[in-house]
Write a new protein. Structure first.
Ligand code: IMP
Length: 426
């Protein structure tokens, strides 16, 4: 019996993981996030209402408990704001548990994120400017402030003072005014007071829940190409969105993971800078962007659009050990006469089927496509795979063939009902 499922992004993030995790969470008892912070953004339609979530796992609408794991970096102000928005709409947030080992994002992280991007000029990463990178840097530099320390006013005060002294020296190098200790301390003490009741040892609780037979869903943020190790470094985020990070970022053994569902768009999108071999800078790209409403949830930036890239999704299968694929936004492609799928790259006259490690090489990769006929029918109300137009069925089967991962779900619209289930998970 499946007890644990991981949901990961198999492209550049924004694959629609929120919809799938929200759907799967109706079968799970517990939903856990294990990396990243409020750089992530899910739009979830629940009971005909749209919700935007950045930090809180999508399971908040249905699961018994939702966990913010130790691998996350948490902006307390943003978290409280998100809780308030949900509460105002009648959603109970008392089921949230926050790891005492997760790291806190403070105003100086955000300031540094902006300054560093500015300094990098045309080499900028295109971050979400939420302070994610600088907070992870502090974690690995062993000067970060963990949630468990944050809720202890004495330790928080001491560490904040030391860190701020160092950061203010940095700000002076950037010709920026220093940040005021008292202002931050007083404001964040109040956030700590609000969040304290939610803080716990999440690894310990998850272990107990697992032993009691609870079903656990792990929700990844971002996607494989933004993984700090396996993505298009340096145009990546500062954590590991791939499934291997579940074990570290939630504090559970890797042997406890039963299924890994990769969420994939029927095409590709990317926000921020960096090479993108299958990018479409033409009217087809505009058509997909409009139909798919491809604008960032966090920053509102228009997303870059491209054809489906089988090399990248295969890399995701390899790194994350995908056991199933969930294809999203298939309906967006309706109306296109011909569809292209990238099956390999050409690099220096050679065919390769992996993503090269350097940006220099990656930006020289030209995609090798196969073409398939499209379909014109509206597929948004279809409930069975066999009812899809034949060309749409063939497109899905081709993705399966290219990636070597069985397709378990196909999404044909934003609503939870607009999901074709091929294999039941959980
Ligand atoms: P950061 O995570 O804010 O440091 O941004 C680093 C890179 O990851 C930038 O290219 C961002 O646009 C991208 N990124 C971060 N989070 C997401 C996400 O949830 N979806 C898509 N792109 C993201």
């Amino acid at each position: 019996m499946t007890k644990t499922v991981v949901v990961v992004g198999t492209q550049w993030g924004d694959e629609g993981k929120g919809k799938i995790t929200e759907y799967l969470s109706s079968k799970a008892n517990i939903v856990v996030r294990y990396q990243g912070g409020n750089n992530a953004g899910h739009t979830i339609v629940f009971k005909q209402e749209k919700f935007k979530l950045n930090l809180i796992p999508s399971g908040i609408f249905r699961a018994e408990k939702v966990y913010l794991g130790n691998g996350m970096v948490i902006n307390p102000k943003a978290l409280i704001e998100e809780m308030k928005v949900l509460n105002r709409k009648g959603i109970d947030t008392s089921s949230i548990r926050i790891s005492n080992r997760a790291h806190v994002i403070l105003p100086y992280h955000i300031e540094l994120d902006c300054l560093q991007e500015e300094l990098k000029a045309d080499q900028k990463v295109g971050t979400t400017k939420k302070g994610i990178g600088p907070a992870y840097v502090d974690k690995y530099d062993r000067i970060g402030i963990r949630i468990g320390e944050f809720i202890d006013s004495e330790i928080f005060g001491e560490k904040l003072q030391i860190n701020l002294a160092e950061k203010n020296k940095l700000f002076s190098l950037y010709n920026k005014p220093p940040l005021c200790f008292q202002e931050i301390y007083q404001e964040y003490l109040e956030y700590a007071r609000i969040l304290k009741p939610y803080v716990t040892d999440t690894s310990y609780e998850l272990d107990e829940a697992y032993r009691l037979g609870k079903k656990i869903l792990f929700e990844g943020a971002q996607g494989i190409m933004l993984d700090i190790d396996h993505g298009t470094y340096p145009f990546v985020t500062s954590s590991n969105p791939s499934a291997g990070a579940v074990s570290i970022g939630a504090g559970i053994g890797p042997n406890l993971i039963d299924e890994v569902v990769g969420v994939v768009k029927a095409y590709s999108t990317r926000v921020g800078e960096g090479a993108f071999p299958t990018e479409l800078k033409d009217e087809i790209g505009d058509y997909i962007r409009d139909r798919g409403n491809e604008y960032g949830t966090v920053t509102g930036r228009p997303r870059r659009i491209g054809w489906f890239d089988g090399v990248i999704v295969s890399q995701s299968r390899r790194v994350s050990g995908l056991t199933g694929l969930s294809i999203n936004l298939l309906d967006v492609l309706s109306g296109l006469k011909t569809l292209k799928l990238c099956v390999a790259y050409e690099l220096a006259g050679e065919e390769i089927k992996y993503v090269p490690a350097t940006i220099k090489e990656f930006s020289k990769c030209t995609p090798k496509y196969i073409e398939m006929p499209g379909w014109s029918e509206d597929i948004t109300q279809i409930k069975q795979f066999s009812e899809l137009p034949l060309n749409a069925q063939n497109y899905v089967k081709k993705i399966e063939e290219i990636t070597k991962v069985p397709v378990v779900m196909v999404s044909v619209g934003p609503d939870r009902e607009q999901t074709i289930i091929i294999k039941t998970i959980f």
